[in-house]
Ligand binder design. Sequence first.
Ligand code: GAP
Length: 447
Amino acid sequence: MSDDRSAVRRLESMEDLVSLCARRGFIFPSSEIYGGINGFWDYGPLGVELKNNLKSWWWQRIVRSREDVEGVDSAIIAHPRTWDASGHTEHFSDPMVDCRACKKRFRADQLGDAGKCSSREGSSEHDFTEPRSFNLMLTTRIGASEDAAATAYLRPETCQPIFNDFKRVREAARQKIPFGIAQIGKAFRNEINPRNFTFRSREFEQAEMEYFCHPSEREKWFEHWRDERLRFHHDIGLDADRLRTRAHGENELAHYCKAAVDVEFHFPFGWQEIEGIHDRGDWDLSRHAEYSGKDLAITDPDTKERFVPMVIETSVGVDRTCLAILVNGYAEEELEGGESRTVLRIHPALAPVKAAVLPLSKKLAEPARALAARLRSRLNVFYDDAGNIGRRYRRQDEAGTPYCVTYDFDSETDGQVTLRDRDSMTQERIPIDDVAARLAAAVDWPT
Ligand code: GAP
């Protein structure tokens, strides 16, 4: 979705986007009336539609359009032994330091972002402690008992319950290797320094798929899923010059990983990961077999070979991708006559509202409302008759609405309305009876 307009300003500072998101009800601090809670965000009426559209597109691409991937929706709290088996209780930590003067905490590997100390006399440098390991899992308690056995964890990634469910799902769905299991859901990490708006949050959503294959095919499937996932990010409209893949070096790999590639997006705060594609080998299934005492190996029905499948994982952050979509789409444009507009040029299939129905005058409210009601049976449509038409267009541009349908006095006699395109701002006269089909085709995702 690049543009060739000369007087276009792309997003340079996150503050402009944060302000638009709050003003228009995309995303804003959770518990705002209490001053917010660091690392937690709420999605408002436009934000939840954007997020749902992205999740539906992912689900369609990964689960529904394929014979070899099944979906699940598992509990957020898994048996605590799950996290011993996965290595999270032992390894899932970041190095943390405290400043003895201002009492703030920082990630020891991100001290460049720590800023100045506000409390130290005679120096603005922090007075750091030695780094120590801080486990990122959020704990809770189950039941009335206060003993340690009641401690449980809010899952730090959505994939572990998939491994717990592997045997059941394979048998129930009668799948043979290779096949995958996917889920979308909340994950929780007690991040030391949540930052960059929703980019690093303490509660976020992941869309993950674990693909189980024969050891001889792991490289083939790793390459397949790396290419497939990069294609998805192009398809949803992220600009090619803001997307890249980056392979992890040996010393960067997580404890479970044999190989990893990140899909990175260029945010105003630099190149950052939005998705990871990981070769997890047989780490997870072998460890869960060991800790649960259940045999998770399978037998090839043709060769009778018995083996533990290898896992190729695709793991995308839903909130990070939403943020990338908003950053990518944001533009401020100078228009003829000295006017300007802020527009969210997001893919029509992701746009929260697909079309706004705007009567030219309040006198036309009745037939315009009737048209909006008809369209609403298939699409998320907004009706607005407040203010002058130019201002109403601007409001929709800012919400990313790809089409405005203007009902005017001629519509009463010629049975036509004006269809305005958000990006080109061109206007076209079309029959009222064609509007629903035209919009439905234009806002669908490509197959
Ligand atoms: N199961 C593998 C896994 O969880 P990860 O690289 O830790 O891998 C995958 O996370 C994706 O989840 C990341 O690419 C990112 O998009 C998202 N993610 C991770 N931590 C996040 C956080 N604190 N806030 C928002 N999104 C996060």
